[in-house]
Design a protein around this ligand. Structure first.
Ligand code: NAD
Length: 378
């Protein structure tokens, strides 16, 4: 087992999640590496202070350049607002650093392409964060769709729905401003999650038509304030398109990618559904203990529930009789990323690639154009 020294740039919500993931690495059985958080860079002193409780910590700094220039680090995790992705990701690549990039991988399509070019030139190992497909039921749904069992595809739906913005008194933050979140709004926040599995299955998007919705247009400038400011990002995005798959290239099936910050009744629900002429499959994190398969039994049509058990991509000490959750999905994503970097992933499910992140951005850019022009964009 080899040690991997990790530096975190951006010690906010997601930076802290990684520290927690490393703290429970013993959950993984026979993983080839042992990661530890040794350095954290964040502008905010309070965000930095939180990391003092991490026993392996050596460096706290307010400068991300300190970490990009630090040859003692093996891997960076870069989890900062979207307007900073291009500058920091390209600097990390040019310094020869391997890293896990946060989505959406640049504030827009142009930024994502420039980052991808820098990574290509430097030859560093980079993957992009997308943890939801690591739920055991999601993995099984993906495998079933990949097996060809569905036959000619009728329709595919990929969704990420939450309701964090249903509260109008929630104050403005960087994720609700175009300057820092991006013109693509909610698609930047949630889009990678809905793009990962369809693109991994090789479904090629075309003829994109989008309905983008800005529902809450003003938000308080801070918690409890009566003064408000413009909340300018898209809250909800409904993207329809045609998809083609290599198995049946003659058929262009309807495909729906849905990302919503205001979807009443949904806390943080990721789901995937693909239905074909021979069979169907669907999984939702709302019912994480099972995925569903469709089949015809004579004249009867059957959606059956299958409980895959707590059987993850990378084996865990927790038994198959237990149940899986969000923190487990993050642990699995990091296990996958670090195992792939070590050349030990085998045929297990892999973290989203740079090409998939750029492919997602192509759809989001087309969706923005479609919304502005009111027609489909190829
Ligand atoms: N994979 C997921 O499920 C998931 C979930 C939430 C967010 N994200 C992504 O993670 C990234 C960060 O989001 P978050 O929710 O952790 O945001 P956050 O606001 O909680 O944390 C961002 C941190 O970056 C720091 N920061 C800002 N500018 C900086 C700079 N110049 N140098 C160093 N640090 C700086 C901030 O002080 C803050 O602590 C985004 O790309 C976001 O889309 C991913």
């Amino acid at each position: 087992m080899s040690d991997v020294r990790i530096g975190i740039i951006g010690g906010g919500l997601m930076g802290r999640e990684l520290a927690a993931v490393c703290g429970r690495w013993l959950h993984l059985v026979d993983h080839p590496v042992r990661p530890s958080i040794v350095a954290v860079a964040d502008l905010d002193p309070a965000a930095r202070e939180w990391f003092r409780q991490v026993p392996t910590l050596e460096t706290l700094t307010d400068s991300w350049r300190d970490l990009v220039d630090d040859d003692s680090l093996d891997v960076l995790y870069i989890a900062v607002p979207h307007n900073l992705h291009e500058e920091i990701y390209t600097a990390a690549a040019r310094a020869g650093r391997d890293f896990l990039a946060e989505k959406p991988f640049g504030i827009d399509l142009g930024a994502s392409e420039r980052i991808a070019a820098a990574i290509d030139e430097a030859g560093v190992f980079v993957r992009v964060s997308s943890e939801m497909p690591f739920f055991p039921g999601a993995l099984r749904a993906y495998e079933y769709a990949r097996s060809g069992a569905l036959g000619e595809l009728i329709e595919v739906r990929s969704r990420f729905l939450h309701s964090s913005d249903i509260d109008r008194s929630k104050p403005i933050n960087w994720k609700r401003r175009v300057e820092t979140c991006g013109d693509i709004g909610v698609m930047g926040d949630l889009g990678m999650h809905v793009a990962h599995v369809p693109l991994r299955l090789g479904y090629q998007p075309s003829a994109i038509y989008a309905l983008l919705d800005d529902i809450v247009t003003e938000r308080p400038i801070s918690a409890g304030a009566t003064e408000t400011t413009r909340c300018e990002t898209w809250d909800n995005a409904l993207i329809t398109m045609r998809g083609t798959s290599q198995d049946h290239p003659q058929r262009a099936f309807p495909m729906l990618w849905e990302t919503k910050r205001i979807a009443p009744g949904n806390m943080n629900t990721w789901s995937f559904e693909a239905v074909g002429m021979d069979a169907g499959v669907r999984f939702s994190t709302r019912t994480p203990a099972y995925f569903e398969r469709f089949r015809r039994d004579g004249s009867e049509q059957v959606w059956e529930q299958v409980q895959p058990g707590n059987v993850s991509a990378w084996p865990m000490v927790s038994g198959a009789i237990f149940e899986f959750g969000f923190a487990d999905a993050l642990l699995q994503m990091w296990a996958s990323f670090l195992a792939e970097r070590a050349g030990a992933l085998g045929d297990r499910f892999a973290t989203a690639t740079v090409a998939e992140a750029v492919g997602g951005h192509r759809v989001f850019a087309a969706a923005s154009r479609s919304s502005a022009e009111g027609g489909a964009v190829s």
